[in-house]
Design a protein around this ligand. Sequence first.
Ligand code: GLA
Length: 367
Amino acid sequence: MTTLAPLGATPQFGSTTKKPFGKTPDGQPVDLYVLTNKPGAEASITNYGGAIVSLKVPDHHGKLADVILGYDNADGYVNDKAYFGALVGRYGNRIGHAQFVLDGKTYTLAKNNGGNTLHGGVKGFNKALWAAKILPAKDGQSLELSYLSKDGEEGFPGNLKVSVVYTLTDTNALKIEYSATTDKKTLVNLTSHGYFNLAGQGSGDILGHLLMINADQFTPVDSGLIPTGELRDVMDTPFDFRKPTAIGARVDQPDEQLKLGGGYDHNFVLRMPMDKGESLAARILDPASGRVMEVWTTEPGIQFYTGNFLDGTTVGKGGRTYPRRSAFCLETQHFPDSPNQPKFPSTVLNPGARYHTITTYKFSVEK
Ligand code: GLA
């Protein structure tokens, strides 16, 4: 059962509590929702940017660690430039030359990443204050966040009504269900930008984590990290993660694509049955703690990013700093620059249709 515990109380197993987390730049209160499941795992989510602030899951001895990078209060998220834990939209990842054409009309967006648009523009969904509602859930704790992105916001057409439901299940999975509707033809590509370190946030690099990505191809990029349109076989490249491989095993190889990304910062084309539910996209193990995370999704792609832009100057939770490659991201999504790539799966949403995708991060241990 979902209960709303009194403010300041220690979270009970199988409950959701709400506490103050700071203020937006214009003075509106921001909250933190702490979802604690029956076995005692915990996910904290703020309604500022919909960010996952912390995620505590057990290791092979049952010891909890917080496996996601973040900040101690709303200010951190207001000033953040790395999208720590955030909900990303209206269009996650890049749109080349900051423009696209829909029904013959050219739409111009902000150039916030070189000459391109990244993660929804200057004020993406990660900087919005979302309305939050605790939902009853049978198998865990659920929080719904909703946001109306107005027609023309950041240059995108259509009033887009977005709802994101986070559920921390009693089997230690964090399920994220995204829905959206529009009143004008538009683009949607939503994702969650968690930076994970399965050894615990702020505890060194992730180069020893063993990663499997269920993909035979990836989308090579140009110097602005925009896909060239090619779907390249991973075979005989450092992008072959079909068998579990240490992230650090090949990350510094003299490979043209790794050089362009400063490491891994690429979209993988997931091997997936169409028209079914979620498929296994990736599995990652931290051998020392035994923590395993599986990513299941209905999306066709996943951006694997090795925190190449982290430089240790950001002060995060508990005063921890986050050096280069101290976390990895696995962002489920449609492919970058899809609006300008006719051969990529479409990111167009029509009025009357419902955007609906699901991604689940399942945690377990391996001894
Ligand atoms: C995505 C991008 C990266 C980087 C991060 C945010 O993962 O692909 O290049 O911009 O977001 O820092």
